[in-house]
Design a binder for this molecule. Structure first.
Ligand code: HPA
Length: 271
C-alpha cells in the first residue's frame, strides 16, 4: 500500500482538496479525451511510483485531474498491458490509487477487434461481460477472503443503462458485447477468432480485464467501452497492425467523446 500512499501524496500536492468522483482509463487512440478535461493538475506517470511506464504508441502516460460536464474526474491517459512484461497486476497501483483518492466509479476504454459483422471499424461497443482467455489474474498473490471476487455483475447494470441512455440521446450507435481478453502482443489467428465466437465473445483485445478484476477487488463499480478498430483476424482482407488500430480508433473518437461527456453530465453515484 505504500506506493499508493506515495502517489496520494504527489496527487494531493498537485491538486489539493480535489476528490474525483469518477476514474477513467483511456485506451489506444482515445487519449484526446483528456483534452476535454478542464484540468486542475496533470501528472506524469514518471512521478507516480507504481504507475505504468508509458510504453505503447499512442499512450501519453499522464494522470489528469479536473472536470468534464461538471463531474470531477481522474483520467489515466494511457495504461500498461500484461504483454509488456508478463505482469497481470501492472495496473494495480493505479486502480488502488483511484479508490484511495475517493473515486466512486470507473470508466474503462480500449481498442478492440470486432467479431460481429454489424459492428465494423469505427463503431463503439459497451462491454457487458468478459471472458478471460489468459489463464492469469492480477490478484495472484493477494491475501484474504476478499481476493475471491464475485464477477457475476462485474459491469455495473446501472452504469450500463446510463451509458445506453447517453448514447441514444446523442445519436451514438452503441453496440454491446462480451469482450475476450487475449494476452497479446501478437494478434489472434483466424482459428482462435472462430473459437472465441463459439465461446460467445463479440470483441477481442489485450487489456481492460485485469483492471476490471482489480477494480472489483476494490469494490469499485465500473463500465467499459470498446472502440472497434478492426474486424478480428480472418474476417477481413486488411492485415492487422498497431498502426491500423491507432488510425481507426480516431474514427470513433468523436462518438466516444460525446458519449463520455453526456454520461458525465448526468452522472449519479452508482446504486
Ligand atoms: N485483437 C486483439 N487486440 C486488439 C485487436 C484485435 O483484433 N484490435 C485492437 N486491439
Amino acid at each position: 500500500m505504500s506506493q499508493v500512499n506515495d502517489c496520494l501524496a504527489v496527487i494531493k500536492k498537485a491538486a489539493s482538496g480535489f476528490v474525483p468522483q469518477v476514474g477513467m482509463v483511456l485506451g489506444s487512440g482515445l487519449g484526446t479525451f483528456a483534452d476535454q478535461v478542464n484540468a486542475i493538475a496533470s501528472i506524469s506517470f514518471d512521478d507516480l511510483p507504481g504507475f505504468p511506464q508509458a510504453g505503447v504508441g499512442g499512450h501519453a502516460g499522464r494522470l489528469v485531474l479536473g472536470h468534464v460536464s461538471g463531474t470531477r474526474i481522474a483520467v489515466l491517459q494511457g495504461r500498461a498491458h500484461y504483454y509488456e512484461h508478463g505482469q497481470a497486476d501492472v495496473m494495480a497501483v493505479a486502480i488502488q490509487t483511484f479508490k484511495a483518492l475517493g473515486c466512486e466509479a470507473l470508466i474503462l476504454t480500449n481498442a478492440a477487434g470486432s467479431m460481429v459483422t454489424d459492428a465494423g471499424p469505427g463503431s463503439v461497443m459497451l462491454i457487458t461481460d468478459h471472458i478471460n482467455m489468459t489463464g492469469v489474474s492480477p490478484l495472484f498473490g493477494a491475501q484474504g477472503n476478499q481476493r475471491f471476487v464475485d464477477m457475476t455483475q462485474a459491469y455495473h447494470h446501472g452504469m450500463n443503462d446510463a451509458m445506453r441512455i447517453a448514447a441514444t440521446a446523442n445519436n451514438v450507435a452503441l453496440h454491446e458485447g462480451v469482450y475476450a481478453w487475449m494476452c497479446g502482443p501478437h494478434f489472434e489467428t483466424p482459428a482462435e477468432i472462430r473459437a472465441l465466437k463459439v465461446l460467445g465473445a463479440q470483441a477481442v483485445g489485450m487489456s481492460t480485464v485485469p483492471e476490471v478484476i482489480l477494480a472489483r477487488h476494490q469494490g469499485l463499480p465500473l463500465c467499459a467501452l470498446s472502440i472497434v478498430t478492426n474486424y478480428a483476424a480472418g474476417m477481413s482482407p486488411t492485415p492487422l497492425s498497431h498502426e491500423q488500430t491507432m488510425e481507426y480508433a480516431k474514427m470513433a473518437t468523436d462518438d466516444v467523446e460525446r458519449l463520455l461527456s453526456a454520461f458525465l453530465a448526468s452522472y449519479e453515484v452508482p446504486a
